[in-house]
Write a protein that binds this ligand. Structure first.
Ligand code: VAH
Length: 340
């Protein structure tokens, strides 16, 4: 229709069934409209899943033809590329990790170049290594990770920045800390303990942690991470002194600190430790705390959730989800240790 405003281009989320995607898709749909956000994953969204409440696609990101087909059919203008193996899974099968993490990113960037799409790339504190300053890790510093996950994150940052300066693709990224969420459990990460602890605390008032009690890492509640991604992609490009990728954090905490805070709500919660040497070594190669001043200065990043606020919200919301899951599955709710 002449004169009608152009229909805004769609947003594609890859890895939409994962820990981040399960919350990013609903957040984007509530902002931009259900029909403007395409959820995609290698797995098919189960009936009733939030991802199935709008356009959704089965998508193997290692196949560029599939990516280009989805972008063309839905007129995608922005890709949040989340499909990847996390650190512990990647370390168990490094060849697959390289192929999936780097192959899919290259395909997304090539498709973005051809179809003029913007790209969000999730880097990680895993992009740093043991020779990086571990406290208040600077935005620009040594990046020599000793995990294949970290290698794919550093290479991913460099590849994204190459596509920015060589082809003009608007690619932006965040070095995300460990993410704590109650919607979808994570899989294959080193920081997954911080999510599992809440599930176990509510179900059994006990958790056996695979990292040592004092292993301090940057962490963030998922609502803050989702907001950071969306705010970065909406930021005025002229304000960005970095592209891939910005340090962001909310708290620097260890398992024992999270356990102590949970115990304020569930007094009989007990934790013990059976250290997994592989994931302990990965965690000890990462920073203990990031300097996120560049993100704060360039595009106004501010976390909203402290450790105390996150634990209170996480326990309340996860308890609700577990109760409704138990009710729908007919599972006895015995052993529930709701927040005190
Ligand atoms: C992992 N959750 O554990 C991810 C993340 C900073 C950790 O990259 O692999």
């Amino acid at each position: 229709m002449p004169g009608a405003p152009a229909r805004p281009r769609a947003i594609l989320v890859t890895g939409a069934l994962g820990q981040i995607g399960s919350e990013l898709v609903p957040a984007l749909r509530s902002r931009f409209g259900d029909d403007r956000v395409v959820a995609s994953d290698l797995r098919t969204a189960p009936p009733g899943a939030p991802q199935a409440a709008g356009p959704h696609e089965h998508l193997d990101c290692t196949d560029i033809a599939q990516i280009q087909d989805v972008i063309a059919r839905h007129d995608v203008g922005t890709v949040y590329h989340l499909a990847a193996l996390l650190s512990a899974s990647a370390e168990a099968k490094p060849q697959v990790a390289w192929s999936v993490n780097m192959g899919s990113l290259y395909n997304v960037l090539e498709a973005a170049r051809r179809f003029r799409c913007n790209v969000f790339f999730p880097s990680s504190i895993g992009a740093f290594g043991p020779t990086t300053p571990r406290e208040r890790t600077p935005q620009v510093t040594i990046q020599r990770p000793t995990t294949i996950y970290g290698v794919t994150k550093v290479a991913g940052e460099l590849l994204c920045d190459y596509y920015v300066q060589r082809f003009g693709v608007d690619a932006r990224g965040l070095r995300l800390p460990g993410l704590i969420s109650y919607v979808a459990p994570p899989g294959g990460g080193t920081t997954d303990y911080a999510v599992d602890m809440f599930y176990q605390a509510l179900r059994y008032a006990h958790y056996t942690c695979f990292l040592a009690p004092g292993t301090r890492l940057d962490m963030m509640y998922m609502p803050d991470a989702i907001r950071a991604m969306i705010e970065l992609m909406a930021a005025d490009a002229s304000r960005l002194s970095h592209r891939n990728a910005y340090n962001v954090t909310a708290m620097s905490v260890a398992p024992a600190q999270i356990a102590d805070e949970i115990r304020r709500h569930i007094p009989n919660f007990a934790i013990d430790y059976r250290v997994d040497p592989v994931r302990q070594a990965i965690a000890e190669s990462w920073p203990r705390s990031l300097d996120d001043s560049a993100a704060r200065k360039d595009w106004g990043w501010r976390p909203a959730f402290t450790l105390e606020a996150m634990v209170e919200d996480m326990l309340a919301r996860l308890a609700e989800r577990l109760q409704s899951a138990d009710a729908s599955s007919g599972r006895a709710a015995g052993g529930r240790h709701g927040p005190g």
